[in-house]
Design a protein around this ligand. Structure first.
Ligand code: GCO
Length: 253
């Protein structure tokens, strides 16, 4: 459908060798975008490209660690040089560290905030340079239900994701006048590798199923449509929004 078409668009999805990132990359490619997959390991990225190409899509790889600013910005310059610009940036790469507060070190806190929040800031700042020049751009930050909720053992993750919701608003108002929108997607509990330990924990698994009105974990593929919507003409007037995709978890008392 035309309003959901991404034909001709060039997208970078960070952390897209697996999980939510790979599913969003797949969805953007099926809507017609050329998608640059990013991660730290070339082999897994190549496998992702092969899957996308087998489905008739267009994709390539860019190997870098988002926590390395120089490498990340250099890779973005390379992408812009290779494809003539950058239209869509999905800041998806993220890590989690779980520990009781008394054992949670300042180094671990800083590492999570750097990867999950600060890297999104400099990726967006650099992408915005290309996007404002062409008067078109879509920045999509992958936040979390933990942008607005809390739970024990993940204080750095919560801080970073709450900050990302704020960063989204800041960028939305600053870049809007130049035709660039910035929105966030806040996933609930999805059965990804990042959450493998939680899925395998019978008590946590039960908690997620009881707490979620739909009664189950999210399937990573269920995030793709939202990414396409926000990047496509259908989402042209959506700016600064936090789109919660959580099976109803955050509206349940
Ligand atoms: C956790 C999880 C979360 C999820 C997700 C929740 O420990 O609670 O790892 O961080 O990944 O972001 O929506």
């Amino acid at each position: 459908m035309e309003i959901f078409s991404l034909t001709g668009k060039r997208a970078l999805v960070t952390g897209s060798s697996r999980g939510l990132g790979l599913e969003m990359a797949r969805a953007l490619a099926s809507a017609g975008a050329h998608v640059v997959l990013n991660g730290r390991y070339e082999d897994t990225l190549r496998a992702g490209v092969a899957e996308i190409e087998a489905a008739g899509g267009s994709a390539s790889i860019s190997v870098f660690d988002v926590s390395d600013e120089a490498a990340a910005l250099g890779a973005m310059d390379q992408m812009a040089a290779d494809f003539g610009g950058i239209d869509i940036l999905i800041n998806n790469a993220g890590i989690v560290h779980r520990a009781e507060l008394k054992e949670f070190t300042t180094e671990d806190y800083a590492r999570v905030v750097h990867t999950n929040l600060t890297s999104c800031f400099y990726m967006a700042r650099h992408a915005a340079g290309y996007m404002t020049g062409q008067k078109f751009g879509r920045i999509i930050n992958i936040a979390s239900v933990l942008s607005v909720l809390g739970r024990p053992t993940v204080p750095a993750y919560i801080s970073a994701k709450a900050g990302l919701a704020g960063l989204t608003r800041g960028l939305a108002v600053e870049l809007g006048p130049d035709g660039v929108t910035c929105n966030a997607i806040a996933p609930g509990y999805f059965a990804t590798e990042l959450n493998a330990a939680l899925v395998e924990d019978p008590e946590f698994n039960q908690f997620v199923c009881d707490r979620t009105p739909l009664g189950r974990w999210g399937d990573p593929a269920e995030l793709g449509g939202a990414a396409v919507f926000l990047a496509s003409p259908a989402g042209a007037y959506v700016n600064g929004h936090l789109l919660v995709i959580d099976g109803g978890m955050t509206v349940k008392l």
